[in-house]
Design a protein around this ligand. Structure first.
Ligand code: SF4
Ligand code: MG
Length: 327
């Protein structure tokens, strides 16, 4: 399938006082096909949200290239960005702060229709009612205000607002992690159903690998600003290659206890290093249970291992001599 979004060598560095620089994103290349869901996974501070913001130009990339639907959008003017803003929408993590408390639900969901001159008046109201029902809310809900809704209902409103223009791409940034565990599954199932019905592509950002197990077509794993492994979902879950991916997977709960035994738990020592001073060589070397001397000095490059669409950045994996990670 042709790529809808292609990101090449994206870098985002922020100045951080006293001449120091936060290396938020350091040379990430990704692509998302039409109708495809890419799960972007990593611990907090790995740069996932920054990538989402760069796509929507909520923050300016330091360097690199972003091509959306055949157009290089990296340096477009505000005016030139309009088609992108119509076709790409974001669902934010926090359903409490992302809805303006002064507007009714109907006004909030209608706002993108008005902004992009897609519909107004009666036609807009009809679209809003239809969209509310598609996300599992009653059309009457449009007269309510955000403070009258539960977290799960608010996130459904966030979805309705993101989808009302019929976007080509949805950036979902940890859309369920602020919700009660009891409602997370229903919102995830809803997003999955809507994605299949409406066919939009999705960049699904999460710190929790298990969240994308049933949703993503492909998965990219990030660590400290770089992608360390990416590939088709089944390959990532059944045959993970990078020691970091294995550690994330071993920590994820699985419904079948027998399967859990196969995923021997890999416990990582220490915290994620500061993106102000990322480690030399392989950035994971300070926590990697199988690091060798070379890892501290030589940066491993992403190299396909199992198949052309499954690249991994690890000296040991690309040398085809992966030791057991069991502890
Ligand atoms: Fe671990 Fe070295 Fe591989 Fe990095 S390159 S993941 S430190 S073995
Ligand atoms: Mg984030």
């Amino acid at each position: 399938m042709p790529d809808l979004l292609t990101i090449t060598d994206l870098v985002k560095h922020y100045p951080s006082g006293r001449g120091r620089v936060v290396h938020a994103v350091d040379g990430v290349s990704l692509s998302i096909g039409a109708g495809e869901v890419l799960g972007l996974v990593g611990e907090s501070g790995s740069g996932k949200s920054t990538i989402g913001k760069c796509i929507l130009r909520l923050t300016e990339p330091t360097s690199g290239r972003i091509v959306f639907d055949g157009t290089d959008v990296t340096h477009l003017s505000r005016r030139g960005m309009r088609p992108l803003r119509r076709d790409v929408h974001i669902v934010f993590q926090d359903p409490y702060s992302s809805l303006n408390p002064r507007f009714s639900i109907g006004q909030i969901v209608a706002e993108p229709l008005r902004q992009h001159r897609i519909a107004s008046g009666r036609a807009a109201t009809d679209k809003v009612c239809e969209m509310l029902e598609r996300v599992g809310l009653r059309a009457q809900m449009r007269h309510r205000y955000p403070h009258e809704l539960s977290g799960g209902q608010r996130q459904r409103v966030g979805l309705a607002r993101a989808l009302v223009c019929g976007p080509k791409l949805v950036v979902a940034d940890e859309p369920v992690s602020a919700l009660d565990v009891s409602v997370q599954a229903s919102v995830l199932n809803l997003l999955t159903d809507l994605q299949r019905d409406m066919g939009f592509s999705c960049l699904f950002i999460t710190h929790d690998l298990s969240v994308v197990e049933f949703l993503a077509d492909r998965i990219a794993v990030m660590y400290l600003g770089s992608v360390v492994e990416s590939g088709p979902r089944e390959q990532i879950f059944t045959d993970p290659q990078h020691p970091y991916t294995r550690a994330l997977l071993s920590a994820a709960p699985v419904p079948d206890p027998a399967a859990q035994r196969d995923r021997r738990r890999v416990v990582l020592s220490g915290d994620v290093p500061s993106p102000l001073a990322p480690p030399s060589g392989c950035r994971f070397h300070t926590r990697c249970p199988v690091a060798i001397d070379r890892c501290a000095t030589v940066v491993p490059s992403l190299t396909p291992v199992r198949s052309p669409d499954h690249p991994v950045a690890c000296h040991l994996v690309t040398e085809d001599s992966v030791p057991s990670l069991a502890q």
